[in-house]
Design a protein around this ligand. Structure first.
Ligand code: GCU
Length: 389
C-alpha cells in the first residue's frame, strides 16, 4: 500500500518532528489502525450497518430484541422467536459503522476485531448450528465465510471458530467454563481467495489464553466481507438446549492492517545526560551512538511530535559488550512504562540488538527517556524507532 506523506500524518502521525531532531524513515512495518470503537452507551445500535431484530416480526411483544443496555450491546432470544425461514431464529446485527459511513472490508486487506462477550449459561451449545458471530458477503443466498458457533461435540458444549465453506476448524474449546462471565475474543481475517486467505481466532478468560490458532483458507466470496454478531440458531437441536437466553458484547474494536514507515530518531541527536557521542564501534546507524557514563541515572531523551494519539511501538537499538545486564527505565512523557527493562549483553560492542516496548503517545509533543538503573550505566544506544499510531 502506497501511503502518501499527508496520509501518514493523518493515519499514523509519525511524520512530524521537532526541527532539532532530524529523523529519517526506517524500515517499513505493519501497524494496526483503529477504525471502529463504538460505545453502546453513546452510539447505541448506530455502531452497526444493519439491525436484524425479529425481521419476520414473529414476536412483537419481545421487541426490541437487540438494544444498548448500559455500555453493552444486548441480544435477547426467546424460544418463540422465528426468522423468515421458520426452522431457525435470528437476532443479529451486521457490519461496522463509523460516523463517516460503513467500513468496507475488501479483498487483500487484513482486519482485526476485538471485543468482550458474556455468554450466560442459558445460551447453550446445540447439536445443530448456533452461530454467535459470522462473516458474510452482504446480501442473501451465500453461505457464511467464517463462523463462531456454540456446538455440542460428543455431548459436550463447545465454542468453536471455523472457515465455513471449506469446513476448516480454526479452534475449539469447552464452553461451560466460559459461561456467566466476561471473556475476550480476538478475530483476525486476511481476506483472500484460496490460500491467500487466513483467519486467526483468539479466546481469553482474563489472562488465560484458551485458543490462539491461525488457519489458512478461503475468506473471500465476492464484493466484500461483513461481520455479524448476535444469536442465529437452528431449531433442530436435539439436546433440549433451546431456552430463552441472551448475549452481551462490549468494548468492540476493529482495526485495519496498514503499512507504516517507522520514524527513526538517532541517539546522537537526542538530549544526553551523563554520556557522550562516539563512533568507535561499527554497525551503528547515523553518525554514531551514545556511550553513557557508567553511573545510575545517566539518560538519553528524545523529543518528537506526533500527529495522532494512540499506541506505538518503541524499538530501541543498543549494544552491550559486557556480560552484565544494563537495565534501564523507559519513561514516556514523564511516566515509567517499563521499569528496569533488561538490556542483556549482546556479545560485543559491535553487535547491535533491538528491544521493543509498547507505549501510548499523545498528539503533539512527546518524550521518551532511557535511564540507567545500575552503576554500570546504559548500554550503548544507537537509535529509537517509533511505529504508529
Ligand atoms: C567500553 C566501550 C564503550 C562502552 C563502555 C561501557 O569502554 O568501548 O563503548 O560504552 O565500555 O562499559 O559502558
Amino acid at each position: 500500500m502506497d501511503i502518501t506523506r499527508r496520509q501518514l500524518g493523518t493515519l499514523v502521525g509519525a511524520a512530524l518532528l521537532t526541527p532539532y531532531l532530524p529523523a529519517r524513515p526506517a524500515a517499513a512495518a505493519v501497524a494496526w489502525q483503529l477504525m471502529w470503537a463504538p460505545e453502546a452507551s453513546s452510539v447505541g445500535l448506530g455502531a452497526f450497518e444493519t439491525i436484524e431484530d425479529d425481521r419476520a416480526d414473529s414476536h412483537p411483544a419481545g421487541q426490541p430484541h437487540i438494544f444498548a443496555e448500559g455500555n453493552n450491546f444486548r441480544f435477547n432470544m426467546h424460544t418463540v422467536d422465528r426468522d423468515t425461514m421458520t426452522d431457525r431464529q435470528r437476532q443479529e446485527v451486521t457490519g461496522t459503522r463509523n460516523p463517516s459511513g460503513y467500513l468496507q472490508w475488501l479483498k487483500g486487506e487484513t482486519w482485526r476485531v476485538t471485543y468482550s462477550m458474556f455468554i450466560p449459561s442459558s445460551l447453550k451449545a446445540t447439536t445443530t448450528f448456533t452461530h454467535i458471530s459470522q462473516t458474510k458477503m452482504p446480501g442473501t443466498g451465500t453461505l457464511p465465510i467464517t463462523t463462531t458457533s456454540l456446538r455440542r461435540v460428543n455431548g459436550v458444549q463447545t465454542i468453536e471458530h471455523t472457515i465455513y465453506e471449506q469446513g476448516i476448524l480454526v479452534g475449539r474449546t469447552n464452553l461451560e467454563p466460559l459461561q456467566d462471565k466476561w471473556i475476550d475474543a480476538e478475530y483476525e481475517i486476511k481476506i483472500g481467495d484460496g490460500s491467500a486467505g487466513s483467519v486467526r481466532w483468539v479466546l481469553r478468560d482474563g489472562s488465560t489464553t484458551l485458543v490462539d490458532a491461525t488457519k489458512t483458507g478461503d475468506t473471500f466470496l465476492g464484493d466484500r466481507v461483513r461481520p455479524k454478531w448476535g444469536i442465529y440458531r437452528s431449531l433442530g437441536d436435539t439436546s433440549g438446549s433451546l431456552q430463552n437466553c441472551y448475549m452481551l458484547l462490549t468494548n468492540m474494536r476493529a482495526y485495519k492492517q496498514v503499512q507504516v514507515t517507522a520514524t527513526r530518531l538517532e541517539a546522537e541527536n537526542a538530549t544526553i545526560s551523563q554520556g557522550v557521542v562516539e563512533s568507535n564501534h561499527a554497525g551503528y546507524s547515523g553518525t554514531g551512538f551514545v556511550n553513557s557514563d557508567n553511573v545510575a541515572g545517566a539518560y538519553t531523551e528524545w523529543g518528537f511530535q506526533q500527529g495522532t494519539a494512540g499506541p506505538a511501538t518503541l524499538t530501541i537499538r543498543y549494544a552491550n559488550g559486557t556480560s552484565a545486564n544494563r537495565p534501564m527505565d523507559v519513561t514516556v512523557n514523564g511516566t515509567v512504562v517499563a521499569s528496569g527493562l533488561s538490556f542483556a549483553g549482546t556479545g560485543a560492542w559491535t553487535t547491535w540488538a533491538s528491544k521493543t516496548v509498547n507505549a501510548n503517545l499523545v498528539a503533539g509533543a512527546n518524550t521518551v527517556r532511557l535511564t540507567a538503573t545500575t552503576a554500570n550505566g546504559c548500554p550503548n544506544l544507537d537509535y529509537l524507532d517509533i511505529t504508529g499510531p
